[in-house]
Design a protein. Structure first.
Length: 179
Protein backbone atom coordinates (compact mmCIF):
# COMPACT_ATOMS: atom_id res chain seq x y z
CA UNK A 1 0.00 0.00 0.00
CA UNK A 2 1.47 3.40 -0.93
CA UNK A 3 2.43 5.64 1.94
CA UNK A 4 0.53 8.88 2.45
CA UNK A 5 3.41 10.80 4.02
CA UNK A 6 6.94 10.42 5.30
CA UNK A 7 8.93 12.08 8.04
CA UNK A 8 12.07 14.17 7.87
CA UNK A 9 14.15 14.53 11.01
CA UNK A 10 14.71 18.26 11.50
CA UNK A 11 18.08 18.01 13.24
CA UNK A 12 19.53 15.65 10.62
CA UNK A 13 18.04 17.70 7.78
CA UNK A 14 19.44 21.01 9.03
CA UNK A 15 22.80 19.93 10.43
CA UNK A 16 23.53 16.53 8.94
CA UNK A 17 25.89 15.58 6.15
CA UNK A 18 23.15 15.98 3.55
CA UNK A 19 23.26 19.75 4.14
CA UNK A 20 27.03 19.81 3.53
CA UNK A 21 27.21 17.28 0.69
CA UNK A 22 24.24 18.41 -1.42
CA UNK A 23 22.97 21.74 -2.67
CA UNK A 24 19.33 22.76 -2.23
CA UNK A 25 18.22 21.44 -5.63
CA UNK A 26 19.79 18.05 -4.94
CA UNK A 27 18.15 17.91 -1.51
CA UNK A 28 14.81 18.67 -3.15
CA UNK A 29 15.27 15.90 -5.70
CA UNK A 30 16.35 13.54 -2.89
CA UNK A 31 12.96 14.16 -1.23
CA UNK A 32 11.31 13.39 -4.57
CA UNK A 33 13.23 10.11 -4.70
CA UNK A 34 12.11 9.16 -1.19
CA UNK A 35 8.53 10.04 -2.05
CA UNK A 36 8.62 8.04 -5.27
CA UNK A 37 10.11 5.01 -3.49
CA UNK A 38 7.37 5.03 -0.84
CA UNK A 39 4.58 5.67 -3.32
CA UNK A 40 5.63 2.90 -5.66
CA UNK A 41 4.62 -0.71 -5.88
CA UNK A 42 7.64 -2.03 -3.98
CA UNK A 43 8.35 -0.04 -0.85
CA UNK A 44 11.81 1.49 -0.82
CA UNK A 45 12.42 0.94 -4.54
CA UNK A 46 11.91 3.33 -7.41
CA UNK A 47 10.52 0.96 -10.03
CA UNK A 48 7.69 0.52 -12.52
CA UNK A 49 6.60 -3.05 -11.83
CA UNK A 50 5.17 -4.85 -8.81
CA UNK A 51 8.23 -7.10 -8.47
CA UNK A 52 10.80 -4.32 -8.30
CA UNK A 53 12.67 -5.49 -11.38
CA UNK A 54 12.15 -2.64 -13.89
CA UNK A 55 13.27 0.86 -13.03
CA UNK A 56 13.13 4.26 -14.69
CA UNK A 57 15.86 5.81 -16.79
CA UNK A 58 17.53 8.92 -15.42
CA UNK A 59 15.88 10.88 -18.23
CA UNK A 60 12.44 9.67 -17.12
CA UNK A 61 13.18 10.58 -13.50
CA UNK A 62 14.28 14.07 -14.59
CA UNK A 63 11.19 14.53 -16.73
CA UNK A 64 8.86 13.27 -13.99
CA UNK A 65 10.42 15.60 -11.36
CA UNK A 66 10.73 18.48 -13.87
CA UNK A 67 14.42 18.92 -13.14
CA UNK A 68 17.52 18.89 -15.35
CA UNK A 69 19.11 15.51 -16.10
CA UNK A 70 22.39 16.77 -14.61
CA UNK A 71 20.63 17.27 -11.25
CA UNK A 72 19.33 13.69 -11.28
CA UNK A 73 22.77 12.34 -12.12
CA UNK A 74 24.58 14.42 -9.48
CA UNK A 75 22.05 13.50 -6.77
CA UNK A 76 22.26 9.80 -7.60
CA UNK A 77 26.07 9.95 -7.66
CA UNK A 78 26.20 11.60 -4.21
CA UNK A 79 23.66 9.21 -2.72
CA UNK A 80 25.64 6.26 -4.13
CA UNK A 81 28.85 7.65 -2.66
CA UNK A 82 27.39 7.87 0.86
CA UNK A 83 25.65 4.47 0.54
CA UNK A 84 22.12 5.89 0.78
CA UNK A 85 20.99 4.06 -2.36
CA UNK A 86 21.76 0.94 -4.36
CA UNK A 87 21.17 0.69 -8.08
CA UNK A 88 19.99 -2.77 -9.11
CA UNK A 89 19.89 -4.11 -12.69
CA UNK A 90 17.47 -2.31 -15.02
CA UNK A 91 18.07 0.95 -13.11
CA UNK A 92 15.93 -0.02 -10.10
CA UNK A 93 16.96 2.40 -7.35
CA UNK A 94 16.61 1.15 -3.79
CA UNK A 95 16.77 3.59 -0.90
CA UNK A 96 18.65 2.10 2.03
CA UNK A 97 17.04 2.38 5.48
CA UNK A 98 13.75 3.61 4.02
CA UNK A 99 12.16 2.86 7.42
CA UNK A 100 13.87 6.03 8.76
CA UNK A 101 11.41 8.05 6.67
CA UNK A 102 8.27 6.25 7.85
CA UNK A 103 6.14 6.89 10.88
CA UNK A 104 5.54 4.13 13.38
CA UNK A 105 1.84 4.40 12.58
CA UNK A 106 2.43 3.88 8.87
CA UNK A 107 4.74 0.90 9.47
CA UNK A 108 2.18 -0.84 11.67
CA UNK A 109 -0.88 0.14 9.67
CA UNK A 110 -1.18 -3.08 7.66
CA UNK A 111 -1.39 -5.34 10.71
CA UNK A 112 -3.30 -2.98 12.93
CA UNK A 113 -7.00 -2.87 13.73
CA UNK A 114 -8.75 0.45 13.10
CA UNK A 115 -9.13 2.61 16.19
CA UNK A 116 -12.62 2.84 17.65
CA UNK A 117 -14.02 6.32 18.22
CA UNK A 118 -14.02 7.35 21.87
CA UNK A 119 -17.26 7.09 23.83
CA UNK A 120 -18.57 10.01 25.85
CA UNK A 121 -17.44 8.26 29.03
CA UNK A 122 -13.89 7.94 27.68
CA UNK A 123 -13.91 11.62 26.69
CA UNK A 124 -15.14 12.62 30.15
CA UNK A 125 -12.55 10.37 31.80
CA UNK A 126 -9.78 11.96 29.72
CA UNK A 127 -11.03 15.43 30.63
CA UNK A 128 -11.21 14.46 34.31
CA UNK A 129 -7.64 13.15 34.20
CA UNK A 130 -6.43 16.35 32.55
CA UNK A 131 -8.27 18.54 35.07
CA UNK A 132 -6.97 16.46 38.01
CA UNK A 133 -3.42 16.67 36.69
CA UNK A 134 -3.79 20.42 36.19
CA UNK A 135 -5.22 20.79 39.71
CA UNK A 136 -2.32 18.85 41.24
CA UNK A 137 0.15 21.07 39.40
CA UNK A 138 -1.75 24.20 40.50
CA UNK A 139 -1.79 23.04 44.13
CA UNK A 140 1.95 22.31 44.05
CA UNK A 141 2.63 25.73 42.52
CA UNK A 142 0.42 27.45 45.10
CA UNK A 143 2.29 25.66 47.89
CA UNK A 144 5.59 26.87 46.44
CA UNK A 145 4.36 30.45 46.27
CA UNK A 146 2.73 30.42 49.71
CA UNK A 147 3.88 27.48 51.88
CA UNK A 148 1.61 28.66 54.72
CA UNK A 149 -1.60 28.09 52.74
CA UNK A 150 -4.10 25.84 54.49
CA UNK A 151 -5.79 22.84 52.91
CA UNK A 152 -9.09 24.74 52.88
CA UNK A 153 -7.50 27.67 50.98
CA UNK A 154 -6.05 25.26 48.43
CA UNK A 155 -9.45 23.62 47.95
CA UNK A 156 -11.05 27.04 47.40
CA UNK A 157 -8.50 27.76 44.64
CA UNK A 158 -9.38 24.54 42.82
CA UNK A 159 -13.15 24.68 43.17
CA UNK A 160 -13.91 26.47 39.84
CA UNK A 161 -12.23 23.70 37.85
CA UNK A 162 -14.21 21.03 39.69
CA UNK A 163 -17.42 22.91 38.90
CA UNK A 164 -16.43 23.01 35.23
CA UNK A 165 -15.87 19.27 35.26
CA UNK A 166 -19.24 18.65 36.92
CA UNK A 167 -20.89 20.81 34.27
CA UNK A 168 -19.24 18.80 31.47
CA UNK A 169 -20.41 15.52 33.02
CA UNK A 170 -23.96 16.86 33.49
CA UNK A 171 -24.11 18.19 29.91
CA UNK A 172 -22.97 14.84 28.54
CA UNK A 173 -25.52 12.98 30.67
CA UNK A 174 -28.28 15.26 29.34
CA UNK A 175 -27.16 14.62 25.75
CA UNK A 176 -27.13 10.90 26.45
CA UNK A 177 -30.69 11.05 27.84
CA UNK A 178 -31.90 12.96 24.76
CA UNK A 179 -30.42 10.36 22.39
Amino acid sequence: MPRRWFKVWIEEWETGSIRVDMDSAERGFWLDMISKSLKGRVEGKICRDSKGEVGYSNEELAQDARVPLSLVESTIAKRLKDNSIIIHPNNVIEIINIWKFQSKLEKEENGRKPRKPKTNLEKITNKAYYVAKTLREAIERAKEVDPDMTEQQLNELCRPDIKDLRKIVQDNERKKDVN
